[in-house]
Design a protein around this ligand. Structure first.
Ligand code: SPQ
Length: 424
């Protein structure tokens, strides 16, 4: 993909629907009784992998435009899949399914692509085994994972990492366990699973960092309207800030406080971003209006990290265009995403002339130097590809993004959205 320095980006856009909520809507809809209608579903490859897995377990799922209709089979109604459940590139599908499949009365095998095969699964395997689950992964902690369904018991478990995927896997297992499951989170992470299960009639309570899951009798299908993904809006927030003369309205973006760390950080960097909240649904949402701004460096760490974990690559791009130093710390989790996002961003930003140094748990970006175009690599990681594409819009000279097709994991229309802002 060839990209040039862009003129001002102007206009109103919708961004890709929320990936985390789309996955969960299919999962909950499948184990609920009755019909779940999902509007504005993300037709990205990761969420399509989730749909395929549930179809293989006998769940009728229809797709029409961006609407998905799931005919739920009830809490105990999934069927033994005849084939391996292929989770593609999706960590969310793989880890949440470990928790959901552990208490079923059948055997299943999960596997994904080359990137999934490298991502650690022991973080879900170990606590599920404590609950009595029978899971065995390649070399103990990688896919393929074989899951022999069995009865589970609730446990109290302190998460060693602030991971919404790990938390959600235990919550899903806890729905089927005997007794309560109590999860202690070191830092709050996205809570879409908790909100959605309660919306479907489950009983999950959260007191600060303590989540209690009551076993469920049955969940009931629901209508869900998926908001725009703030992780996808992030690319257009930063593009609007760094391309001179830009002004963009991003409509209907999910504003769950466990996901809005990027807004706090960009505002601390001096960004002009106005938020117009919509009427509150299960998940809050609203429009974001961003205007080109002079940015300054900042420090990003601590409790903020789980609230913006997927936005750190694009925040590193914003830091390259800011005056002064930005320090990203406490973010070692970036090493075990679709790629090692610390190493990948260090290498690619350096190609553009940015003063950046990777650290053990993040990176230091000294902004304000001229940024130029280059031939960038995606590492087959959608967020790296989109981050470097945004950098290219504000860099001097031409750029190329190699292996950019991975963008369809989370944002199939990404380049069309950019073009729509240039052709006004
Ligand atoms: O699903 P996957 O591949 O893990 O997706 C990523 C992403 O960048 O899209 C991470 F690579 O997002 C995760 C996120 O990092 C989605 C997610 C969720 O929906 O629960 C939670 C976060 O992961 P984790 O490991 O912190 O729980």
């Amino acid at each position: 993909m060839e990209l040039k320095a862009s003129k001002a980006l102007q206009g109103t856009i919708d961004v890709a629907p929320d990936k985390s909520i789309s996955h969960r809507a299919v999962m909950m809809g499948s184990i609920a009784k009755g019909t779940t209608e999902i509007d504005n579903f993300l037709m990205g490859e990761d969420c399509l992998s989730t749909i395929e897995c549930f179809r293989k377990m006998g769940v009728p799922i229809e797709m029409r435009g961006s609407r998905v209709t799931v005919t739920g089979r009830g809490l105990r109604g999934l069927q033994e899949p005849r084939e391996l459940l292929y989770t593609g590139n999706s960590g969310t599908t793989t880890r949440l399914l470990c928790g959901l499949l552990a208490p079923q009365n059948f055997t299943s095998v999960l596997d994904g692509d080359a990137s999934i095969r490298k991502r650690p699964m022991n973080r879900v395997i170990h606590p599920l085994q404590e609950m009595g689950a029978k899971l065995s992964g390649r070399d103990g902690s990688f896919t393929p994972i074989t899951i022999t369904g069995t009865a589970l018991k609730g446990i109290e478990y302190t998460l060693p990492v602030a991971s919404a995927q790990l938390k959600s896997a235990l919550i899903l297992a806890g729905l089927y366990a005997e007794g309560d499951t109590v999860i202690l989170e070191p830092k709050p992470s996205r809570n879409h699973t908790e909100l959605m299960i309660n919306g479907f009639g489950g009983a999950i309570s959260t007191e600060i960092n303590r989540i209690t899951v009551k076993p469920a009798e049955e969940l009931y299908g629901h209508k869900i309207v998926v908001p725009g993904d703030i992780s996808s809006a992030a690319f257009f927030l930063v593009a609007g800030l760094i391309v001179p003369g830009s002004e963009i309205r991003i409509k209907n973006v999910g504003l769950n406080p466990t996901r809005t760390g990027i807004l706090d950080v960009l505002k601390a960097m001096g960004a002009s971003i106005t938020i117009e909240e919509n009427k509150h649904n299960i998940e809050p949402s609203g429009d974001l209006i961003v205007k080109h701004s002079v940015l300054r460096g900042t420090e990003i760490g601590g409790d903020l990290i789980p609230r913006l974990i997927d936005e750190l690559p694009i925040l590193a791009v914003a830091a390259a265009f800011a005056e002064g130093t930005t320090v990203i710390k406490d973010a070692e989790e970036l090493k075990v995403k679709e790629s090692n996002r610390i190493d990948a961003m260090e290498k690619e930003l350096q190609k553009a002339g940015v003063d950046v140094a990777a650290t053990e748990d993040g990176m230091i970006v000294r902004g304000g130097r001229p940024v130029h175009g280059a031939i960038f690599e995606s590492y087959h990681d959608h967020r790296i590809a989109m981050s470097m594409a945004v950098l290219a819009l504000a860099a001097e000279g031409d750029s190329q993004i190699r292996n950019h097709q991975c963008i369809s994991i989370s944002y199939p229309g990404f380049f069309d959205t950019i073009s729509s802002l240039q052709n006004r």
